[in-house]
Design a protein around this ligand. Structure first.
Ligand code: ADP
Ligand code: MG
Ligand code: MG
Length: 207
């Protein structure tokens, strides 16, 4: 299947659906190590993304991702809003005005998203943030590029799941959870979990 603007809009709708479904779980993850709002924040943002897509779908995949980025930046707030917004914006910029995505461009978009999150939030792998999910996901996507868009997104989602789980024994070094120091150990990072959920939804939507 060709991955045009409509297909990318469908991925975002699938992402919004998974965030809505896991809203309470994400907020519960944010309770012991944060301020109990991650699920609400993302659900507000992705609900707004779906509303804007209901009005009009931009002509290119990059245009769709840019619209998602600006919507997330204005609606999500907190730490995650600018971070996810930057991720989608960098992905959009990398795609330029291509009208159809191939596997290589999806890999490039994931790598750009990671670079954007790192530039914005300055987290390294091992700091117990969404970077712990997104970084292995981008690497797995690159390694699976020959498997096509569905295959590379499935590999990215698997790697993101593992990466999210890897945050449990870590001391958080960025964001609100870092205020807890050693007491942040033993908790799954909510942003890493939401990144893994989004990638799984994208992988399943593209199949
Ligand atoms: P807030 O902490 O402002 O309430 P959210 O609860 O919506 O924002 O999002 C928290 C998530 O944001 C964390 O679980 C973590 O994954 C991510 N995060 C926070 N700071 C950073 C950072 N500097 N770099 C990468 N990710 C971060
Ligand atoms: Mg929070
Ligand atoms: Mg908050």
């Amino acid at each position: 299947m060709g991955c045009d603007a409509a297909a990318v809009a469908a991925l975002l709708r699938a992402g919004a659906a998974t965030i809505a479904e896991h809203r309470v779980e994400l907020t519960d993850l944010d309770r012991p190590i944060g301020d109990s709002d991650h699920g609400e924040n993302l659900n507000r943002g992705f609900t707004a993304v779906v509303s804007t897509l209901d009005t009009a779908v931009p002509e290119t995949p990059g245009g769709v991702l840019k619209l998602a980025a600006t919507t997330l930046i204005s609606k999500v707030g907190g730490a995650a809003g600018p971070l996810y917004g930057t991720a989608f914006l960098r992905a959009a910029t990398t795609l330029g005005d291509k009208s159809e995505l191939d596997a290589a461009s999806v890999v490039a978009a994931l790598q750009a998203a990671l670079a954007g999150v790192v530039a914005r939030g300055k987290a390294d792998v091992g700091d117990a943030t969404m970077v712990d999910a997104l970084s292995p996901a981008a690497a797995a996507a690159e390694a699976s590029e020959n498997n096509g868009i569905a295959g590379l997104l499935a590999a990215a989602a698997d790697a993101a799941d593992q990466g999210a789980q890897s945050t449990v024994p870590l001391v958080a070094r960025k964001g609100r959870a870092s205020y807890l120091g050693e007491r942040s150990v033993g908790h799954l990072d909510p942003g890493a979990r939401s990144t893994a959920l989004l990638l799984r939804a994208f992988a399943e939507a593209v199949r």
